[in-house]
Design a protein around this ligand. Sequence first.
Ligand SMILES: [Zn+2]
Length: 207
Amino acid sequence: MSGLLRIRWAIAPKIAPRPLINCNRCRKVKPYQCSGKFRVNANGKRIDAWLIYRCADCDNSWNRTIFERCNRRDVEPALLAALESNDPSLAQRHAFDAMALRSRVGRIEEFPEVTVRKELLDGRPECTTALWLELRLEAVTPLRLDRLLAGELGMSRSRLQAWEERQKLSVEPDGAKALRRPARDGTAVRIDLAGEADRDAILSAAY
Ligand SMILES: [Zn+2]
């Protein structure tokens, strides 16, 4: 028996990133919020689709391009139907795509709040000597890996750091430097719990 307890954390950011837009009504740079609504413009054979954002202060709107001047034949009917009905999961997918948003507007505001769904994959808690945490991110987050671990496991970041220095904690595939960077999809964290007096408390927080 290996004593390894494998756990998956499915991590979802709670708040969509907000583009910082030079609002022509407020006359200064303001965060805009996703409205969850699309605008579709079908002009003959050409279709445009935008996701609508609104100024957090004055409600002015800004249209984020999803696609522009697309040939109607190239747009999947299911996608068109989803856009026209403001499908919430489609809107969410675009709203949380921070990379695409940043490449469109340059500056965005991001939020570290996440929800974490924990699932025991395999192993027996009563014989656990080490934890293996697999991270699955539903969208990118600015939340640092060490803050995520400390928050979810109920411990200080300095304890995590000390574990890392004593090689009781390791991060794959990016190594220890990943602790101080935003948590990434596909990261795995191994923590050796042998000899830790509060092992049971850590385990009950872990899944
Ligand atoms: Zn405004």
